[in-house]
Design a protein around this ligand. Structure first.
Ligand code: SF4
Length: 416
């Protein structure tokens, strides 16, 4: 059986944050109900291709599920728990799958967190962004720091022993001192995982047209360097450019190493995100969700009315689901379907894999593409090794500390 990860998009939010360019919006109860009905139909149809209807030898084993958004904690928890139930019923979900839910402190109340835990979620990702109330207000978040602390405590009380906290640097009116105060308070809570991203002002967001007092590029770099240093001093190892985890390799985990993945298993590093960086198979369900299965990429429709119509409208009614019927629906649902060429796969292997601190594995490259990595990228590899930006470590090729700091420039050179 092949490994598969599933992403589920929940596009609803209380209101739009000023920097947000994700596919998200507000909605009333009726729209939410219609959306979940459509999503459950998509789950059932997708299972004909990738779910438990497949013969074992051609089938997929689901190793991770990630509910993102939007704000998955915004709708009533029964929608979220039932969605997970539908996935478990229709797909072969591994008993030790990592199952993550993104939550917003303004809507993840204790009772909801208990429901999520009982339904089988075993990892929670809390969007804190900052623990400075002025900064939170400035970026348009609906929560404050008090709500965040309550959510964290409630998540622990509900039984979550694997928690991620998202923090953001380079926010308007933020300085190194206020950023480090946030980071310090986060570390005191000892979450198992911390994601630390710096704000990028994207076109089309309210921030793009506002006159913002942003930290200078130098201050931004300082925040980035201090994050690395501070988190390392407090026991968080960096495993990807912006992601840090407590050490989670224990003796008992060793049994997973061969069965679950081809890379070293560390239970606090986010397995699901590593699937993206390692180019594993992932199936995106819901509005605008992206997928890549067997080197074919696609993206679901982004218009919620169209999505609901395609999945549940009269024209798509059918008494019995067949593969033929599912294919007809998918033709309408899935956009930008693209079968990747070998060159595109090699490029992705390099620029996604180099985001990981462990880098890319040269044996895996040979196995996937039937060519030696140096035959394809020899001159670029030598150039960056000479510059001290790339280094060899056993069978792995990885960016050095200096290389990770200028990763975008180096990665761009791996485009063929
Ligand atoms: S909570 Fe997240 S998805 Fe929703 S508007 Fe804010 S940044 Fe966007």
């Amino acid at each position: 059986m092949k490994n598969l990860s599933i992403y589920v998009h929940i596009p609803f939010c209380v209101r739009k944050c000023l920097y947000c360019d994700f596919l998200s919006f507000g909605a009333g109860e009726e729209k939410i109900r219609e959306y979940f009905k459509a999503l459950w139909r998509e789950i059932e149809l997708a299972s004909l291709e990738h779910g438990s209807y497949q013969a074992v030898e051609d089938g997929y084993f689901v190793r991770s599920i990630f509910f993102g958004g939007g704000t998955p904690s915004f709708p009533d928890s029964r929608y979220i728990c039932d969605t997970l139930g539908h996935i478990k019923k229709n797909f072969n979900v591994s008993p030790d799958a990592e199952i993550t839910l993104e939550v917003n402190p303004a809507s993840a109340m204790y009772d909801k967190l208990v429901d999520y835990r009982n339904a089988g979620f075993n990892r929670i990702s809390i969007g804190a962004q900052s623990l400075n109330d002025e900064e939170l207000k400035g970026i348009g978040r609906v929560h404050d720091s008090k709500m965040f602390f309550e959510t964290f405590e409630n998540a622990r009380r509900a039984g979550f022993d694997n928690i991620n906290i998202d923090v953001m640097s380079a926010l308007p009116d933020q300085n190194l001192r206020s950023y480090m105060e946030t980071l310090k308070k986060v570390v005191e809570l000892r979450p198992e995982h911390i994601s630390a991203y710096s704000l990028i002002v994207e076109e089309g967001t309210p921030f793009y047209d506002m006159d913002l007092n942003l930290p200078s590029e130098e201050e931004d770099r300082q925040m980035y360097h201090e994050t690395k240093k501070f988190l390392a001093e407090h026991g968080y190892h960096r495993y990807e450019i912006s992601n840090y985890a407590l050490d989670g390799i224990e003796e008992e985990d060793a049994i997973h190493r061969d069965s679950r993945c081809t890379w070293e298993y560390d239970k606090y590093e986010c397995y699901h995100n590593k699937v993206y960086w390692k180019r594993g198979n992932y199936l995106g369900l819901g509005l605008g969700a992206s997928s890549m299965v067997n080197n074919v990429r696609w993206k679901n429709l982004e218009d919620i009315r169209e999505y609901i119509e395609v999945m549940t409208g009269e024209s798509s009614f059918c008494e019995e689901y067949t593969s033929h019927y599912a294919n007809e629906v998918f033709k309408k649902l899935r956009q930008e379907v693209q079968e990747l060429s070998t060159n595109e796969c090699m490029e992705e292997f390099m620029f996604l894999g180099l985001r990981l601190v462990s880098g890319v594995n040269t044996i895996e490259f040979q196995k996937n593409f039937g060519r030696n990595i140096r035959e394809v990228y020899g001159s670029i590899i030598d150039k960056y090794i000479k510059m001290g930006l790339l280094e060899e470590s056993g069978d792995n090729l990885r960016l050095s500390d200096k290389g990770l700091d200028v990763s975008n420039t180096v990665m761009a050179d791996f485009l063929l």
